[in-house]
Write a protein that binds this ligand. Structure first.
Ligand code: ATP
Ligand code: MG
Length: 566
């Protein structure tokens, strides 16, 4: 995969949607106004693909001094829920966007849509069909051959109107009748073969309650909703291109103004090593493969948030992937690149040991402790320094010691010097092991004149390796969750005869207990983000408490060595 990352300050050329919008503004179309909308169906939590659509719609409105609505396309009461609308609102706000005015709901337009449906019946453009959905679907045939017209297609206006009203009044069973548009059963576009406009459904709607027992189909709702809201540029993903003639057809039957929403299709975001359809994500939640919609391994916005992603990093990602007309797959490493870029600039550095081994500095006085000063963020001059406790016994990362080290191993090994970040130069003198051969204690001597920042020649002496550490007398314990990709396969969705769940990565969550952290993290609150030096970026989990600290690893450091060596 090729990632094109523009340099900072580089002027990006307009994408094809911006080009269309600028042309429209120039011609004075819609009086130069730009109105977009983000129209989720509240049947699940938003994912990173939706973030792309959100950044696009809200971003364009911002750029062109326009407005962007939030509209819930709530035409299917069977699958929709307030839990979802709440989470969608929260996610959009968190991403840093604000919708124009009140939230809109397609269900607010049910009366208008019903009125329009009667208008179409009266004009002879819609009819009630008594056949089942299966029969209707079979009669549509394939694009290669004309479909079969329903025996009910030529009912009288009076009969249609009467039946439709009785459908609305609850006189018929669910599934027994539908209202269909009378268009063309031999159209090469299957969506034009007398599509269903209304179906009977006795489900309670989370907003309209039991007022309706017929609900409009999405295709009969979407274009008119855009029209009602004065949407100028109706942006949607490519699969709706084929629906566009139908949306236009409905408006042509119902509206005689010149104004029309202009639908423009763009390529949806596909990310590798994950699934993105809400239906599939719901399965993972319902079957307990993950800890809810906001599990840090989920590609949902709430999952990314819990993982430690920032709104800035997601907006940066949306910006870098850009807008195209052809489908492609984006490598998840680009998302990780973006979050590293952002967290590198903003997070405080701290020291934390994931897999600790104890070190004793034998020539350091047993009754002494001190504090050393360490900078909070080398990328941010205003971040200042903090005091970190130091003492005779410390913890280091087990993997920072090696018994039979190769020449290029610049970390700790017997006889070799390393600097303890912000503190002293130490030299390993020996190790102790238990019966299983596991190292239980590392012995070192320190160089008393080498304290960082003390100005002595010894303190300025260069040694090859620098290690992070935590003083044993000051350390606090925490649980750390390390995440890997949720799927082992780059395209879990792309296998014809194999269910996507077969490709779940059983090692996608590793829980480490007994990690040792510097005590400044004692007060870390859920949502706080840090860089554990040389280890990665971490975010305090929502279940974390002062007595049971839990850190989620957002992402590992790309280059574990470069940063601290400087
Ligand atoms: P899914 O297929 O994942 O269930 P959806 O398309 O059914 O999603 P909607 O709630 O209908 O979800 O989507 C709201 C808006 O978000 C639509 O305009 C849709 O085009 C856009 N959108 C959904 N998925 C993506 C994606 N992967 N990339 C870009 N835009 C997307
Ligand atoms: Mg959908």
């Amino acid at each position: 995969m090729e990632i094109n990352i523009p340099e900072e300050g580089e002027v990006k050329s307009l994408n094809f949607i911006e080009q269309i919008i600028e042309e429209n503004i120039e011609e004075g179309k819609n009086d130069g106004k730009v109105q977009t909308r983000f129209p989720p169906e509240p049947n699940g939590y938003l994912h990173i693909g939706h973030a792309k659509a959100i950044c696009l719609n809200f971003g364009l409105a911002k750029k062109y001094n326009g407005k962007c609505n939030l509209r819930f396309d709530d035409t299917n009461p069977t699958k929709e829920d307030v839990e979802y609308t709440d989470s969608i609102e929260e996610d959009i706000k968190w991403l840093g966007f604000a919708w124009d005015g009140e939230i809109r709901y397609a269900s607010d337009y049910f009366d208008q849509l019903y009125e329009w449906a009667e208008k179409m019946i009266i004009a002879g453009e819609a009819y009630v069909d008594d056949q089942s959905a299966e029969v209707i679907s079979a009669q549509k045939k394939s694009p290669m051959e004309p479909g079969i017209e329903s025996p009910y297609r030529n009912r009288s206006v009076e009969e249609n109107l009467d039946l439709f009203r009785r459908m609305k009044n609850g006189e018929f069973e669910e599934g027994s009748r539908v209202l269909r548009a009378k268009i063309d059963m031999s159209s090469p576009n299957m969506h034009m073969r007398d599509p269903i406009m209304y179906r009977i459904n006795y489900t309670h709607h989370y907003r309209t309650g039991d007022k309706w027992c017929i609900y409009p189909m999405y295709d009969y709702t979407h274009g008119q909703s855009d029209y009602i809201e004065g949407v100028t540029h109706s942006l949607c993903t490519l699969e709706f291109e084929i629906h566009r003639p139908l949306y236009n057809w409905f408006l042509d039957q119902l509206i005689n103004t010149e104004y029309r929403p202009r639908q423009i299709e763009f390529a949806r975001l596909n990310l590798n090593y994950t699934v993105m359809s809400k239906r599939r994500l719901l399965q993972l939640v319902q079957l307990g493969y993950v800890d809810g919609w906001d599990d840090p391994r989920m590609p949902t916005i709430s999952g990314l948030r819990r993982r430690g992603y920032t709104p800035e990093s997601i907006r940066m990602f949306a910006d870098k992937i850009g807008i195209a007309k052809r489908d492609n797959v984006i490598d998840v490493s680009l998302l990780e690149f973006c979050v590293r870029e952002d967290l590198n600039k903003t997070t405080q550095r701290v020291m934390g040991i994931l897999n600790p081994v104890k070190v004793v500095i034998d020539n350091y006085p047993a009754d002494r402790t001190e504090t050393v000063e360490i900078e909070n963020n080398p990328e941010d001059e205003t971040a200042g320094n903090r005091e970190v406790a130091f003492g005779r016994e410390i913890y280091i990362e087990r993997e920072d010691f090696m018994e039979d080290a190769p020449k290029k191993f610049f970390r700790m090994t017997v006889g070799q010097e390393v600097r303890l970040k912000g503190a002293y130069i130490v030299k390993c003198t020996g190790i102790e092991k238990n019966a299983e051969g596991e190292i239980t204690l590392i012995h070192c001597d320190y160089s008393p004149e080498s304290r960082s920042g003390s100005g002595t020649p010894e303190s300025q002496r260069k040694v090859k390796g620098t290690l992070h550490w935590v003083a044993a007398h000051d350390a606090i314990e925490a649980e750390v969750h390390l995440y890997d990709r949720l799927f082992k396969d780059p395209e879990p969705d792309g296998h014809k005869d194999v269910d996507f769940k077969e490709f779940l990565n059983e090692d996608s969550l590793k829980i480490l207990k007994g990690c040792k952290l510097e005590s400044s993290l004692k007060t870390a609150q859920p949502g706080d983000r840090y860089q554990f030096q040389r280890v990665g970026y971490f975010c305090v989990d929502k279940h974390s408490t002062p007595d049971n600290l839990i850190f989620n690893r957002t992402v590992a450091l790309k280059d574990t060595w470069a940063k601290i060596q400087k």
